[in-house]
Design a binder for this molecule. Structure first.
Ligand code: KG4
Ligand code: ZN
Length: 349
């Protein structure tokens, strides 16, 4: 059993949490969304500055909320990849400094491994193997989770990530940033069958289609054309119906691929992670299809779908209990595949 203080600053949330294995002792998430909203998306330089201004207070709050002092902390962790380099550096430097000052082990954590671990916070009895559907603003993948640090990518998006598609469609519907939550809310008042949109398939060289890879850029363009056509016909844009039809198409595409993959690989559990795991259309679609196929589908609590430090802490406690620690020379990386996770830790003696 290990207690870890974890920091997450890979994008636009400054987050600090204290986690004891799969139990959250405290979780602070200071969102920068209002700051970036005026620009219509995340501005990397602004994100770094905001992290810097907020991080110390967030650390103090996490300790206070957990009512713990440094003596009770067994290790200090921070997200080190993938993400915005300047933003990652703020959290990583803070974690390394604290580890040095308090003489504690330091761990760098892969952001996507964190998203996989978010499900453990609400389902502590879950253990590998299982299939993870990771759907965030930057990634859309199907991952065979074999063990802590042992991942195989089975499917990916060939272009836009699912969350990115939500954000881009929201922008063209003039709904602001971030698009996912707004579209989700609007879609509840719309008709998902109002418009037929292309699901986006990835062709195989010998003919046919890839069963697990997705593509969302065609869908985004189809929504753009639909809106342009409606505008040309001088019709008022039925925004709720467009949002509902788009959301339904994304949900159907992700569900179909996740179910096919789980069945093909003989995995009976699908765990979903990342911001889009909060989407009500995806939750409904996947739950119904899983039940039909005798599969179990698990989602993190809504607050642990989007970026947070509790999921990073949960992954770090698992690594720490296996003797994995990172050297203080560890740097940040904007891109790093999940198969490279063990590169972050020094060999266990
Ligand atoms: O995991 P996350 O917080 O950050 C990344 O690692 O990227 O995911 C953010 C993404 C954004 O694209 C946001 O629009 C999307 O998740 N998102 C949603 C919902 N809530 C957040 N997409 C669809 N429905 C939602 N309810
Ligand atoms: Zn994320």
């Amino acid at each position: 059993m290990a207690t870890v203080l974890a920091i997450e600053t890979s994008c636009d949330e400054t987050a600090v949490a204290i986690v004891n294995n799969r139990q959250v002792c405290s979780s602070i998430v200071a969102s920068q969304i209002p700051v970036h909203q005026q620009y219509g998306g995340v501005v990397p330089e602004v994100a770094s500055r905001e992290h810097l201004a907020t991080i110390n207070e967030a650390i103090a709050q996490a300790l206070e909320q957990a009512q713990l002092d440094w003596e009770k902390i067994d290790g200090i962790a921070a997200t080190c990849a993938p993400g915005l380099v300047g933003a990652l550096l703020v959290g990583l430097t803070a974690a390394k400094t604290l580890a040095m000052v308090h003489n504690k082990p330091f761990l760098g954590v892969h952001h996507l491994e964190g998203h996989i671990y978010a499900t453990y916070l609400s389902e502590p009895s879950l253990n590998p193997p299982f299939l993870s559907l990771l759907v965030s603003g930057g990634h859309t993948s199907l991952i065979y989770v074999r063990d802590c640090g042992n991942y195989q990518t089975l499917g990916e998006t060939r272009d836009d990530a699912a969350g990115e598609a939500f954000d881009k469609v929201a922008r063209l519907l003039k709904l602001g940033y971030p698009g996912g939550p707004v579209i989700d809310k609007l879609a509840q008042a719309g008709n998902p069958q109002a418009f037929t949109l292309p699901e986006g398939k990835v062709s195989l060289p010998g003919g046919g289609y890839h069963r697990y890879d997705a593509s969302f850029s065609g869908l985004k363009t189809a929504v753009l054309r639909l809106v342009q056509q409606l505008e040309k016909d001088s019709e008022q844009i039925p925004v709720a119906d467009v949002a509902a039809s788009f959301q339904e198409t994304v949900a159907r595409s992700l569900t179909k691929r996740a179910i096919a993959c789980a069945l093909d690989y003989g995995l009976d559990t699908i765990s979903v992670g990342g911001g889009v795991a909060a989407n009500s259309g995806l939750r409904k679609n996947l739950q119904a299809a899983a039940a039909e196929n005798n599969l179990r589908v698990l989602f993190p609590a809504l607050k642990f779908c989007t970026d947070n430090a509790a999921m990073i802490g949960c992954a770090a406690t698992d690594h720490l209990s296996r003797g994995h620690t990172s050297p203080l020379t560890l740097g940040v990386e904007s891109r790093l595949g999940l198969t490279q996770v063990m590169k972050l830790y020094q060999p266990v003696e």
